[in-house]
Design a protein around this ligand. Structure first.
Ligand code: B1H
Length: 789
């Protein structure tokens, strides 16, 4: 690829990116024509969160640009300039990107839709400072192409009125606020195919009619403009804090803004090709990522019934064939509800439609569960109470043709728990599509050393498109030459990590130490605290017995917490305090190092995954829907220490018991203990000296410069209540870690298991995930565009 004489690396990056993007744009146009010519059904994947990661290398790879050794150096520098789009938080957002990339790789007609925030989620490290948002401005992203010609108008507020429909089901909405939505396209090339799909990121813009002409005429220019441009704030900032009414309102506005932009575009495109509505479900499928995009079903009803005068029953028959709904959580608090007063104010017509959907739905419930009044209240789309709410999950369950959990245990817990009655009513609606991760992103790009070794051993790189082929490594796992080469690559990855850590956090690591990685959002249920207690235990052992034979270990924590989530931020603070104390203690040198790595991102994950010897997946059983970090790390050859939770269970079944070290309570026992009133966390503290010493060290100020107030609330909380059973699982966890340490000392056997983890990770490719979505729900036909790149 040729570029004119660039002045700086940043400029060179931008020039190259722009050239690559334009080529992708051409291929995208060809892809769209081919899909259209084939009359293909198109799936629209709606998600409020996206984490596509850095684009340059991935897109060059997709275009088949050969990067020679000098180009590689050059590329290395250019790659580091790229700031990834911070449009999401964690697994859910990254899963979206993996699914979209796999769909393109499989030549499936899939379009992503998201929100084009100006300010993303970058949040700087140690949380005492409160966190920082970093701007990610439109001009700074060379990967997107704005499409102002595709602008649509989104309405809010106002009232509804009679539209002359005798059934009253069609009405007219008279909104009082109009906002324009402008999509930007980011291209999603498939791997080893010319298919280039796209994500549409919707940005709020001033509606031309919104300027108050009278005020302008009166010379009140500033006021008129300020008011009119207010609307642009809808997509200004990612993830407003929901603790205030104002934040909640903005969040709801964002969600509706996204689905309205997407649905208007979908319906308009459909109308270009079809005159009747009969073909709509055959032409369009929509996947709802979590409850955040549920309003899409209501918006489709509004468009059909009010704007296109389709009768209610027919519109409902169409709507209920279009949507798939993916659930990503088990936490009751994550199942969204919206106060009815807020819905009335912002979306009065949608509220009416929800009432009508609920009316008809509850009639079905009454037939299905005759005489069971309790069922009506339990299943209703409206949750009664002092502040009645719309239950978005129920709305999605009623509207969708298929509902899926993201790992087998997850679906089982949902259908036996929160969604039990729905599963009784519609057993055929429920299924599992186990998550996966892209082997391009997380093995090929993240771990070039291991990829080259795998290529060499397998005689080619077909595994990049067909991860099941990694299985051919399994028979070689005992081969001494391969083991040695495997270790050399892994060590080089740790050296790379070591260099970055030294430069960025000033901590020097021992590349021969066991690299123990916990990378994930900070959340109480994920139990960073349990890991912290283990680290403190190791520290106490070194302090009490300096000559003790301990395998050297580096523990890395990486993750972010929502700005308003106090327990998460406290845990981050504790972890960084522990790191500071241990790293400053000469007794720990070369034996124990702890790092809290700030600014967690996809790019950070790509640095950590290839270096991790041990993957921490220790959420309380029954809490983690699936997890995807578990897959990223195992694919790179990490051993896993895990609870019996989410996809850890699948991981153990596929990878084997040597590679996935299980410990602790299972979901049933954990649930019993949490609910039967018998749990007394302090008894564990009293009966386990190592646990007691660890807790005492934290509360007495060992990690807070003698300040015994800083962390004692945290300690008191887990001693008194401990909702995530940290105390109950501590001993099992520490014992598992001790066994892992023994296993680590047997270098050959450890390496063999590491090779087997990679060899058996093919199932966890998002290509398999997307194939399952397609076979079970979307039913798209692949279209391969036959054209020159
Ligand atoms: C997951 C979320 C999530 N589940 C609410 N739910 C959010 C919920 O902005 N919010 O309000 C944001 C994110 N994220 C994760 O999804 C699960 O915890 C993981 O277990 C799972 O692997 C991942 C992808 O399915």
């Amino acid at each position: 690829m040729t570029t004119t004489e660039p002045q700086t690396t940043t400029e060179a990056y931008r020039q190259l990116a722009t050239t690559v993007r334009d080529r992708l744009a051409d291929r995208h146009t060809q892809t769209l024509s081919a899909q259209r010519a084939a009359g293909a059904r198109v799936l629209h994947y709606l998600s409020t969160e996206h984490l596509p990661g850095r684009q340059l290398e991935q897109n060059l790879l997709a275009l088949g640009e050969e990067v020679g050794p000098t180009g590689r150096d050059h590329l290395e520098a250019l790659r580091e300039v790229e700031v990834e789009a911070p449009l999401g938080n964690g697994g859910l957002a990254r899963l979206t990107a993996c699914v979209l990339e796999s769909a393109a790789t499989l030549d499936l007609p899939v379009v992503g839709h998201g929100l084009r925030y100006d300010f993303g989620t970058f949040q700087q490290g140690v949380p005492a400072a409160g966190g920082e948002r970093r701007e990610w401005s439109l001009t700074a992203n060379p990967w997107e192409l704005e499409a102002p010609q595709d602008r649509v108008t989104v309405a809010f507020g106002g009232r509804t009125e009679d539209a002359g429909d005798p059934t009253g089901l069609r009405r007219r909405w008279v909104p009082d606020e109009l906002v324009d939505a402008i999509p930007s396209t980011m291209f999603v090339p498939g791997s080893a195919t010319t298919t280039v799909n796209a994500v549409r990121f919707w940005r709020a813009a001033t509606h031309p009619g919104a300027l108050d002409q009278e005020r302008l005429a009166a010379g009140e220019y500033a006021e008129a403009v300020r008011e009119a441009t207010q609307a642009e704030n809808i997509t200004r900032v990612y993830y407003p804090d929901e603790s205030s009414d104002h934040g909640r309102e903005l969040r709801l506005k964002q969600q509706y803004f996204l689905v309205s932009g997407a649905l208007q575009e979908i319906v308009a495109r459909y109308r270009e090709d079809f005159t009747s509505w009969t073909a709509f479900p055959g032409a369009v499928a929509v996947q709802l990522n979590e409850t955040h995009t549920t309003l899409a079903a209501v918006e489709l009803m509004r468009l059909l019934v009010d704007e296109h005068r389709v009768g209610w029953d027919r519109a409902w028959a169409i709507t209920t064939k279009v949507f798939g709904f993916t659930v990503h959580t088990l936490l009751p608090e994550a199942l969204q509800t919206w106060p009815i007063w807020l819905m009335h104010r912002l979306l009065p017509r949608h509220m009416e439609i929800i009432y009508s959907i609920n009316y008809f739905f509850l009639q079905d419930v009454a037939v299905r569960f005759p005489g069971d009044i309790g069922k009506l209240g339990a299943l209703s789309l409206i949750q009664e109470g002092a502040e009645p709410q719309v239950r978005m999950a129920h709305l999605a369950l009623v509207s969708a043709t298929a509902v899926n959990g993201v790992a087998e245990q997850h679906t089982r817990l949902l259908t036996n728990g929160a969604f039990r009655s729905f599963a009784t009513m519609w057993p055929q609606k429920f299924r599992t599509v186990t998550n996966g991760v892209s082997p391009r992103r997380f093995l090929r790009l993240a771990n070039p050393g291991l990829s080259a070794l795998v290529d060499e051993r397998l005689g080619g790189s077909d595994w990049v498109q067909d991860a099941d082929r990694l299985a051919a490594l399994a028979p070689m796992a005992g081969d001494a030459d391969l083991q040695e080469a495997w270790r050399a690559v892994r060590r080089a990855n740790k050296v790379r990590l070591q260099e970055r850590m030294l430069a960025e956090v000033g901590v020097s690591l021992n590349p021969d130490a066991l690299c123990d990685v916990m990378m994930k959002r900070f959340h109480e249920y994920k139990r960073q605290l349990l890991k912290a207690l283990h680290v403190v235990t190791l520290y106490n052992r070194i302090r009490s017995e300096p000559s003790r034979d301990l395998a050297p270990r580096t523990v890395v924590f990486a993750g972010r917490a929502a700005p308003g989530y106090y327990p998460g931020r406290q845990a981050m603070r504790l972890v960084s305090a522990i790191a500071a104390t241990i790293n400053a203690d000469a007794a720990c040198e070369d034996r124990l190092r702890v790092v809290y790595l700030p600014d967690y991102s996809v790019t950070r994950g790509e640095l950590l995954a290839p270096a991790a010897d041990l993957s921490e997946q220790i959420a309380l059983a029954g809490m983690e829907a699936s997890g995807t970090g578990n897959m990223k790390l195992a694919m790179n050859g990490a051993h896993t220490v895990a609870t019996r939770d989410g996809a850890n269970i699948d991981l153990r079944r596929r990878i084997g018991v040597d590679g996935v070290h299980m410990f602790g309570l299972d979901a049933a026992r954990a649930n019993l203990l949490r609910t039967n009133g018998a749990y007394q966390p302090h008894t564990f503290y009293e009966s386990d000296p190592e646990l007691r010493e660890a807790m005492d060290a934290i509360s007495s100020g060992v990690f807070s410069g003698g300040d015994d107030d800083l962390f004692s609330p945290l300690v008191d909380r887990i001693l008194g209540w401990d909702p995530f059973l940290t105390m109950a699982d501590y001993r099992a966890y520490v014992d598992a870690q001790d066994r892992i340490e023994q296993a680590w000392r047997d270098v050959d056997s450890w390496t063999r298991t590491s090779i087997l983890a990679t060899a058996r990770s093919g199932y966890f490719s998002s290509d398999r995930t997307v194939r399952e979505y397609n076979n079970q729900i979307w039913r798209l036909r692949p279209v391969s565009p036959q054209h020159e790149g």
